[in-house]
Design a protein around this ligand. Sequence first.
Ligand code: PEP
Length: 249
Amino acid sequence: SAERRPLVAGNWKMNGLKASTAEIGAIAAGYNAALAGKIDLLLCPPATVLAQAATLADGRILVGGQDCHAKASGAHTGDISAEMLADAGAKAVIVGHSERRADHHESDADVRAKAEAAWRAGLVAVICVGESEAQRRAGEHGAVVAAQVRGSVPDGATSSNTVVAYEPIWAIGTGLVPTPADVAEVHGIVRSVLAERFGAAAGGMRILYGGSVKPENAKALLGAADVDGALVGGASLKAADFLAIARTY
Ligand code: PEP
């Protein structure tokens, strides 16, 4: 849609040492005028290299965190607040990734609180939703994703503070991808749930597809209706692959 500028976001997960941040420099260097005229790029490395990544990104591309605590500071050993991410140079943070929902038992309410924390710190919240393989097989994907959007997106979401990422769990890191029609179906559901809550503003909110996006399949997936970009895991680790996905726009 003309009113939604596409966003291609990378999620390095628990991968990346100082040396790997050279890839971020390469992505920033490859984000030329042609790409900048069309899309935004965001790369979310581990928090340990976020400040270094922000320096290398040089304001050309955005960098972000992969999770944040709901509180700004306090007695929460090992956790990282949205304010800390912002201080390190983040402009966005992924919240509610399915790996966090599974590994750290994060509920929709937890994710909603984290999204609010992101806004408090001035970050864009990239809120992830997506059904399991069993839910897809049972035909429950639409209802599951609608409920996650209702529960995880806080009141106050706008097209500038919120991005929703639809990531079917069975497609993440598996090489399996839904058909473009399947993607369009769920994105349409997400858009209509957002419209129930936020009215016309929902038309400006970006909804990303994530799950085994590669240079080879990006054009078909990103061309589906209501898809405003990608959240890329594995293929974001190499600048050449990430840029190849971006260049499908
Ligand atoms: C992700 O982690 O958000 C993701 C989509 O991973 P992958 O691209 O590796 O499937």
